[in-house]
Write a protein that binds this ligand. Structure first.
Ligand SMILES: Nc1ncnc2c1ncn2[C@@H]1O[C@H](COP(=O)(O)OP(=O)(O)OP(=O)(O)O)[C@@H](O)[C@H]1O
Length: 598
């Protein structure tokens, strides 16, 4: 079972190299082989030259050969570094693109609310950034093995016993380094949740959104302490791991020095006894130094490979993550809405550990009508909207769109039929025009449509008067020294921009308006609802609002209480029923009447 993800990651990596940098990787392999072979050739040529110098015969070929190899040896590291950097850039770019494409394929919201998935995603991003290091590791290992084979072969000719000692000394090194590398990678992955929380606090402390409250309530110091606590927890874990590494590495260095010293003494004594020539001693010294550095390289790259492999495995795992919502291989097309949307006995909770939010909701949104959903805070209105957009599937029960169960539909196709203004709408740091066009990208080349949507949301004159009109950036984040580069809108103006974004989908079958006017002044609210009433004609609308005066014109009003439909009817029948709706409506109306009467 454990081998399956590993082989999946290996296949994934091979595929990535093949797709992102086949030519560069091939050149990198060639240079790596040369880097392994050239030192062995240099050592043998040096030995042959020294032996010739001690005897007789021409030496020109050796000298020229040595000089040529010297030039090659000197230039290889630079070429290798360039190829490594280039491969790293290309691998990282393609891996990052694939990672974001994979997260984009998650059509629902569930995974993005799962902290374990978010931590895995952070590790996977590291896997993307370090994909080049993984290639360096694989090639470094290959180079080390080749170099070792060359020098161990040379050593074997001179001293089989010494060769055995050297190789045996490497085994504990390899085991210890692998153990340390596994601990290092596990420690780095283990502190990811701390880094995620530290990042969250740092964003709070430096972002504009929380700046007012932090200053007014004086919570900056408190949040800074929480941030630093996360940092300190992560640092402590990493320090503990590094301390263990220091001890391990010191022991390994001592073992290496002892083996090298013993080899040196043996070679000197053997030369004195005339058993080794000067050339033999030179290649022996080169072999012992290179074997040790080769072994160290193999050990270090294996260890590093192990750590990088763990990061890359997280990346491969994210790419293999199954869809969060099952999409049938042949989805049923979602038709243009003719009859209506029916919820039958819909139950929903966000997680097994959470309480039920919807407990058997039955309701109908007849095609072409305006349906309102009202209820106290937390009664499940926005949750119901998320189910209608198939951002989640109901835990039980069905949602039928003209009889098509949304579970059988492709969420992407379903969503082309829906326009929405969400309660927690987005404010994008882009131009005013793009802020609206993001509702339907085909409108980016059609300023007329963007302006018509803005007019419908009552924000056209505001945007037209901005320093650069619709091209003004709705942010100061990209300030480039030009005073007119960006601007900041008020809360209500932002809400109107969000409404315009929703209205851009004029051809949609279902328009969802979740508290579209909560931040608007009374006149703007009045105008918005008048304009929405005109736009609504012929379309199915779902309106959620706590201001009951805004929903009184709806054809049908559902009152949600404790996750169930408590009352249904139009405004007058609900008033006549004298239940929850009538109570809330009178409460709001009384507030206004008091003010008017006083
Ligand atoms: N992503 C989530 N994960 C877990 N629980 C959630 C999530 N979103 C909402 N809830 C819970 O579901 C319940 C219903 O929330 P929902 O936002 O649907 O209510 P609402 O009727 O729209 O409320 P409001 O009038 O305040 O906007 C609440 O108890 C809330 O805590």
């Amino acid at each position: 079972m454990r081998d399956q993800p590993r082989s999946g990651a290996v296949r994934q990596f091979a595929g990535l190299v093949g797709a992102a940098a086949p030519g560069v990787a091939a050149a990198y392999v060639a240079v790596t082989v040369a880097e392994a072979v050239v030192p062995v050739l240099l050592a043998w040529l040096t030995k042959l030259l020294l032996d010739r110098l001690a005897g007789t015969g021409p030496i020109t070929a050796y000298v020229v050969g040595l000089a040529a190899l010297g030039v090659i040896a000197a230039s290889l590291p630079r070429i290798s570094l360039f190829l490594s950097n280039e491969a790293s850039r290309r691998l990282s770019a393609v891996a990052t693109e694939r990672l974001f494409a994979a997260t984009g394929r998650l059509v629902g919201l569930r995974r993005f609310e799962d902290p374990a998935y978010l931590d895995r995603l952070r590790v996977a991003r590291r896997g993307c950034d370090n994909a080049g290091q993984l290639l360096d590791g694989v090639l470094g290992l290959g180079r080390g093995v080749l170099l070792l084979a060359g020098f161990i072969g040379s050593l074997l000719v001179l001293s089989p016993a010494m060769t055995v000692v050297l190789v045996c000394a490497a085994v504990p090194m390899l085991v210890a380094e692998l153990y340390l590398a596994r601990r290092r990678a596990a420690a780095q992955i283990g502190v990811e949740p701390n880094h995620r929380r530290e990042y969250f606090y740092s964003q709070l402390l430096t972002g504009t959104q929380a700046a007012k409250e932090i200053r007014l309530f004086g919570t900056g110091g408190f949040l800074r302490t929480l941030m630093m606590r996360e940092r300190s927890t992560a640092d402590t874990a990493i320090r503990r791991m590094e301390r263990r590494e220091v001890g391990g590495h010191t022991g390994l260095a001592a073992l290496t020095a002892v083996v090298a010293g013993a080899g040196l003494i043996w070679a000197a004594l053997a030369a004195r006894r005339g058993e080794l020539s000067l050339g033999d001693v030179s290649i022996f010294l080169a072999a012992i130094a290179s074997t040790q550095s080769g072994l160290a390289m193999v050990v270090a790259t294996t260890a590093n490979l192990h750590a990088q492999g763990m990061f890359f495995a997280a990346y491969a795992e994210i790419l293999r993550t199954p869809p969060d919502l099952p999409v049938p291989p042949v989805p049923v097309p979602v038709p243009s809405l003719r009859q209506g949307i029916r919820l039958r006995d819909v139950w929903f909770r966000y997680d097994e550990s959470h309480p039920w939010v919807l407990r058997g909701v039955d309701l109908l949104l007849p095609a072409g009508s305006t349906v309102a959903l009202v209820g106290l805070n937390g009664s499940g209105k926005s949750t119901l909207v998320k189910l209608l957009c198939r951002l989640y599937d109901p835990s039980q029960g069905t949602i039928g769109w003209d009889g098509v169960d949304l579970r059988d539909a492709d969420p992407a196709q379903l969503r082309t039929r829906i326009g929405a203004v969400f309660q927690d709408f987005m404010t994008y740091d882009v131009s005013a025009a793009d802020n609206i066009a993001l509702g339907d990208l085909t409108a980016r080349d059609d300023p007329g449509r963007v302006e018509a949507a803005a007019a419908g949301a009552g924000v056209h004159s505001v945007l037209r008067e901005l320093p650069r009109g619709y091209q003004t950036m709705l942010t100061r984040a990209f300030f480039d020294g030009d005073d007119e580069a960006g601007t900041v809108l008020s809360g209500g103006q932002w809400q109107r921009v969000a409404v315009a974004r929703g209205l851009l989908r004029e051809g949609c079958d279902l328009m969802i308006l979740d508290e579209p006017s909560s931040g608007l002044d009374p006149q703007a609210e009045h105008e918005l609802h008048r304009s929405l009433r005109t736009a609504r004609l012929g379309r199915t609308n779902l309106l959620i609002s706590h201001r009951l005066s805004a929903v009184r014109d709806a054809d049908l009003i559902y009152v949600l209480r404790d996750g169930r439909v408590a009352e249904t009817g139009d405004h007058s029948s609900l008033l006549a029923l004298d239940g929850e709706y009538a109570r809330l409506f009178r409460l709001q109306a009384a507030g206004y009447a008091q003010e008017v009467g006083s």
